[in-house]
Write a protein that binds this ligand. Structure first.
Ligand code: GDP
Ligand code: MN
Length: 379
């Protein structure tokens, strides 16, 4: 689960990391009032669950309360990476001298929490990571001892900091590690961690992702969920008891069983296609769930073909076939579909689908091949 910047800022501030004071505004008038209270030049920032707001025009300076109102009016209602801006953050404009990047992530490769830091922070950090990965430091925390003070100091030296900044950076790193651990985060990030006019290091942006599976331990964090920023398909799927993860390919997948779903995605990739989603309708899926699943898949504009791969065990093939027919009646958008039904009641399932303009496949490899070809010809 993602937090908004203003929510993450509040958490960092509670851990006594230097975060400039800020206010949240839901209208241009509120932004004006906030700017008047803050006084002086302010920065107005879109609150959406997406990075790259600066480049998208979602972070702007304003040098008066009226200017703040006008700027907020431009930013509120914008969409950034498909997400609607409903709130802005108003904070005193910082006089930035240098921008650092500092974050902690779960590194699955080493099974440790890793600190990442760079002296090339700011809005181009993704490019730095892609083109000059050596400019990003990776420091792993020992799982038992935790992140150590010397690791923070050493990293500060390697980033070119000196004097009081070494101490400040090490303190912030140690505190940010605590934020990561205590909140069961999978990512915490300050970018930029900026050296400002008075020489101090301040967190001017904050991003946090909380591990969904740990939310039951943090009701106060669960309450911060903003569903308006989440994928409607993923929300609908969760409500229907379907595991669904949206991806960026063009072949929609409807599969029963997580392992079979993974194998289906692999086979699609081997055939030269890209899956548009992971979707597991589960072992005992009912007709309505099949309908819901298909609607979620077809609502995604990137989807050019659909591969339905059902191994009928607990889920009977005839039930799935009826679900497919029912949902085809209800959807406006059609794309070519390939169905592979094997197992309990497969003959009946195939009979139900006859004449429904679906391509039938017997093996998974054949089904994937067909789905890839159909996605190409439909494009
Ligand atoms: P992001 O693009 O979504 O990561 O949004 P950020 O909050 O990181 O802002 C993007 C960029 O805007 C930062 O890297 C800064 O260069 C700039 N910026 C943000 N806040 C301020 C500020 O208070 N003063 C100035 N001068 N620039 C700022
Ligand atoms: Mn940022």
């Amino acid at each position: 689960m993602n937090l908004h910047e203003h929510q993450a800022r509040a958490i960092l501030a509670r851990h006594s990391i230097a975060v400039p004071p800020s206010r949240v505004a839901g209208s241009p008038e509120e932004a004006e009032a906030a700017a008047r209270e803050i006084g002086g030049e302010v920065v107005i920032k879109a609150q959406v669950h997406a990075g790259g707001r600066g480049k998208a025009g979602g972070v702007k300076l304003a040098n008066s309360p009226v200017g703040a109102r006008e700027t907020a009016a431009q930013i509120l209602g914008m969409t950034i990476k498909g997400l609607m801006v409903r709130q802005v953050l108003v904070a005193p404009a910082a006089d930035i001298r240098r921008e650092f990047y500092l974050g902690f992530v779960l590194d699955r490769g080493t099974q440790r929490v890793a600190m990442m830091a760079s002296a090339e922070g700011g809005i181009d950090i993704e490019e730095v990571a892609a083109r000059m990965p050596e400019r990003i430091l990776h420091v792993h925390a020992d799982p038992l001892a935790g992140f150590q003070p010397y690791q923070g100091r050493e990293a500060a030296f390697r980033l070119g900091l000196d004097g009081e900044h070494v101490h400040q950076f090490a303190e912030i790193a140690a505190k940010l590690y605590d934020v990561f651990m205590q909140n069961d985060a999978s990512l915490v990030e300050i970018n930029p961690l900026a050296e400002v006019g008075d020489g101090g290091l301040h967190a001017l942006d904050a991003k946090m992702v909380i591990d969904d599976s740990a939310l039951y331990r943090h009701p106060e964090l669960a309450a911060l969920r903003d569903r308006s920023q989440e994928d409607p398909g993923e929300i609908g799927a969760a409500e229907a008891g379907i595991s669904y993860v949206k991806l960026d390919g063009e072949i929609g997948c409807m599969v029963n069983g997580a392992g079979l779903a993974m194998a289906t995605m692999d086979t699609i990739s081997q055939s030269g296609g890209r899956p548009a989603n992971f979707l597991d309708i589960g072992g005992g899926a009912k007709q309505e769930q099949v309908t819901t699943a298909l609607n979620i898949i077809l609502a995604e504009p990137n989807v050019r073909s659909v591969l339905i791969n059902i191994f009928g065990g607990i889920t009977r093939c005839d039930m799935v076939a009826r679900g497919i027919l029912a949902s085809l009646e209800g959807v406006e958008r059609r794309v070519p579909m390939v169905v592979r039904l094997v197992g309990t009641n497969e003959e009946e399932g195939r009979r139900i689908l006859e004449g429904a303009n679906l391509a039938a496949a017997t093996s998974l490899a054949e089904a994937a091949e067909m789905a890839v070809q159909l996605a190409k010809s439909d494009a």
